[in-house]
Design a protein around this ligand. Structure first.
Ligand code: PMP
Length: 285
């Protein structure tokens, strides 16, 4: 695989980062994942806009312009011949001379920027989407700024392990009795013609897929309600699903052992997946 590191395109084994890098020592970095369909980027602008916001919130400086970033994405997709897959991007506060809690001066410590591709043939035509996924609920024990897409992914990673141990696919996080989101996705249920999902705040990541799917749902004459909801309410729904750049719209068929509807992907979630894929392909760059 050819990867990108601080201005260079390199074979992956030649791309090396300092042990003093702030992301390695302190989780001091932000990231984005953009999907690729038909060799083109899905919703690049949304991801670039959120990246800039994450950087701003952490007082971090972008090492390249957003236009240059697009070119790097495209170059990596071309060099690695990605037709379907993902582009991972990470920007960290760089590697100062020593470990220190205080942020280094960005004039003397430049940011570290890394991008690599992940080849995922069949991403859009995933068998999981036909079967749906099962989730359990777990306590949301992440920090309070989940709207910033940082590389501090230990708790989400632990959540996936808890799900795996319970024999299911993923976990929904619950705080003060209400679902925030999935470990790496936004969470929704559908009752009648209405989609319910948590409103945007610092409590959840502002999903790029979420924004697109809610827009398409409204265009398809579905009602959208952004509010808190409980696991019990979702268990009593007709359908449920998650969204993310890597799963698009993925039906959820079971929550904490309770099957939704017939225990198979619901027609509305499947329809939303179809619309999302069609429209995103058309708008891809
Ligand atoms: N919430 C969390 C916690 C996530 O990690 C992600 C994906 N990284 C999402 C939601 C979905 O965001 P997007 O649709 O932009 O991939």
């Amino acid at each position: 695989r050819t990867v990108y590191l601080n201005g260079d395109y390199l074979p992956e084994h030649e791309a090396k980062v300092s042990i003093f890098d702030r992301a390695f020592l302190m989780g001091d970095g932000v990231y984005e994942v953009t999907s690729v369909l038909d060799g083109k980027l899905i919703d690049f602008k949304g991801h670039a806009t959120r990246l800039q916001r994450s950087l701003d919130e952490l007082d971090m400086r972008a090492p390249v312009t957003m236009d240059a970033l697009l070119e790097i994405h495209r170059e990596l997709v071309a060099r690695n011949e990605i037709t379907e897959g993902l582009v991972y991007l990470q920007i960290t506060r760089g590697a100062p001379d020593d470990r220190d809690f205080v942020f280094p001066d960005p004039d003397t410590t430049p940011a570290t920027i890394v991008l690599f591709t992940q080849n995922k043939p069949g991403l859009a035509n995933s068998p999981a989407a036909k079967k749906g996924i099962k989730v359990i609920s777990i306590a949301d024990e992440r920090w309070g700024r989940r709207d910033i897409k940082t590389v501090q992914l230990l708790y989400p990673s632990m959540g996936k392990m808890m799900a795996k141990k319970a024999g299911v696919d993923d976990a929904w996080l619950v705080e003060d009795g209400f679902v925030t989101e999935g470990t790496s996705n936004n969470a929704y249920f559908i009752k009648g013609n209405r989609i319910v999902t948590r409103a945007l705040s610092n409590d959840i990541l502002h999903g790029i897929t979420r924004a697109a799917v809610l827009r398409f749902a409204k265009e398809a004459q579905m009602e959208v309600e952004e509010r808190n909801f409980t696991i019990e309410e979702a268990q009593g729904a007709d359908e449920a699903f998650i969204t993310s750049a890597s799963t698009f719209v993925m039906p959820v068929v079971e929550i904490d052992g309770v099957a939704l509807g017939a225990g198979t992907p619901g027609p509305r979630a499947l329809r939303l997946r179809e619309i999302y894929l069609d429209e995103s392909r058309k708008a891809a760059i």
